[in-house]
Design a protein around this ligand. Structure first.
Ligand code: NAD
Length: 323
C-alpha cells in the first residue's frame, strides 16, 4: 500500500503544489483545508484520482485533525493564516489558526504516531535581527503577531520532539512564489499582485523606495525541501528547522525590472507601465537573505531555480492561466 501524507492547507498555494507533486509520485494524499484563503480550483483536477482525498475542515477543531490524520504516515502542515498585515489587523484569528490549530495538529500527529511532522515555519522568525545572511540559530525579536505565531510553532515542535518523541522538521520559508499563488485580495503576496497589475497595465505600488530586498524562492525549491525533510534518514537532520530559500538577495526595484522585462515579451506595452512608490509597511524587515548551508549539508538540498528561472516559469503560468 502506498504511503499516505496529510497535507494541511492543501488547497492553498504551497499546499496544492505539494498535493499535485506527491500524487504524481504515487503517494496517497489527504488534503485538509477550510478554504479560508485556499481554493477548490487549485485541487479540482486531483479529485478524480482515487489516491487523493479532500477533507473540508478547520484545524482549530481537534476532532477534525484527528479524523483527517487517520492512517497517515507523514504530515506536511501548511495550513495557517499568512500575511503580516492580516495578523496586525486581526491578531486573535491569526493566533487561533496558527498557534491553537498548529497545536491541534501536533497532538493529532503524536496520537497517530506518524513517522514525521514537517511544517511551514517562516523567515519572519528572524524578526529584528540585522545579521545577514540569516543563520538558523541566530534570531531576533519578532516584529508582528504573525512572526510570533510562527516562532511559537517552532517552540511547540521542539517540545513535542523532546517530550513525546514526535519527529519534526520546520521549514522557514523565504518569500515563496510560483504557479497558483493567489494574486487577489488585500493580503496578496507581492509577485502575483504586481504581475496581475502589469498585465492589466496598472501601476504597482512599491512600499518604500524599492531598495528593500528579499530571498525570493521558487515553489519547486520548496517542494524539494519538503520531500527531503519528509524522507531524510539522517538522525542529525531531524527535530530542527531549516531556511528554505535560494541564498540570493533581490531588491524590489530589481524584481519589478525583471517582471516588466519578461512580461514585455508577451505584451510590449507592459514595458511602458511605471511603478509608484508609497510609504514603508509596518512589520516589514528591510532585508532578508538566507544561508542555505544547513539544508545543503544535512538534507542534501540543491535548489534548481534561481529567482529569474522561477520567474520565467511563474510568469508563463500567470499569462496562460489568468490573463
Ligand atoms: P495560502 O494562504 O495559499 O495557504 C494556506 C492554506 O491554509 C489555505 O488553503 C487556507 O485555506 C488554509 N487554512 C487557513 N486556515 C485554515 C484552518 N483554520 N483550517 C484549515 N485550513 C486552513 O498560503 P501559502 O503561501 O501557501 O502558505 C502556506 C504556509 O506557508 C503557511 O503556513 C504560511 O504561513 C507559510 N509561509 C508562506 C510563505 C510564502 O512566501 N508564501 C512564507 C513563509 C511561510
Amino acid at each position: 500500500m502506498a504511503q499516505k501524507i496529510l497535507i494541511t492547507g492543501g488547497a492553498g498555494f504551497i499546499g496544492s503544489n505539494l498535493c499535485e507533486y506527491f500524487i504524481g509520485k504515487e503517494y496517497r494524499v489527504v488534503c485538509l483545508d477550510n478554504l479560508a484563503t485556499g481554493h477548490m480550483h487549485n485541487i479540482n483536477h486531483l479529485l478524480k484520482n482515487d489516491a487523493f482525498t479532500f477533507v473540508e475542515g478547520d484545524i482549530r477543531d481537534l476532532e477534525t485533525c484527528k479524523k483527517a490524520i487517520e492512517g497517515c504516515d507523514y504530515v506536511l502542515h501548511q495550513a495557517a493564516l499568512g500575511s503580516v498585515p492580516r495578523s496586525i489587523n486581526d491578531p486573535i484569528t491569526s493566533n487561533d489558526v496558527n498557534v491553537s490549530g498548529f497545536l491541534n495538529m501536533l497532538v493529532a500527529a503524536r496520537d497517530e504516531k506518524v513517522k514525521r511532522f514537517v511544517y511551514a515555519a517562516s523567515s519572519s522568525t528572524y524578526g529584528d535581527s540585522e545579521s545577514l545572511p540569516k543563520v538558523e540559530d541566530k534570531i531576533g525579536k519578532p516584529l508582528s503577531p504573525y512572526a510570533i505565531t510562527k516562532y511559537v510553532n517552532e517552540l511547540y515542535a521542539e517540545i513535542f520532539s523532546n517530550t513525546y518523541g514526535l519527529q519534526t522538521i520546520g521549514l522557514r520559508y523565504f518569500n515563496v512564489f510560483g504557479r497558483k499563488q493567489d494574486p487577489k485580495g488585500a493580503y496578496a503576496a507581492v509577485i502575483p499582485k504586481f504581475v496581475m497589475q502589469f498585465m492589466a497595465h496598472e501601476s504597482p505600488v512599491i512600499n518604500g523606495d524599492g531598495n528593500y530586498s528579499r530571498d525570493f524562492t521558487y515553489i519547486d525549491n520548496v517542494i524539494q525541501m519538503n520531500e527531503l525533510a519528509m524522507l531524510t534518514d539522517n538522525e542529525a537532520a531531524i527535530n530542527t528547522v531549516y531556511n528554505t530559500a535560494v541564498g540570493d538577495r533581490t531588491t524590489l526595484n530589481q524584481l519589478v525590472g525583471y517582471i516588466k522585462e519578461e512580461l514585455s515579451n508577451y505584451d510590449s506595452a507592459i514595458g511602458d507601465v511605471e511603478v509608484i512608490y508609497g510609504p514603508n509597511r509596518a512589520g516589514d524587515i528591510p532585508h532578508s537573505l538566507a544561508s542555505i548551508d544547513k539544508a545543503k549539508e544535512l538534507l542534501g538540498y540543491d535548489p534548481k531555480f534561481k529567482l529569474q528561472d522561477g520567474l520565467k516559469e511563474a510568469l508563463k503560468w500567470y499569462w496562460e492561466n489568468l490573463k
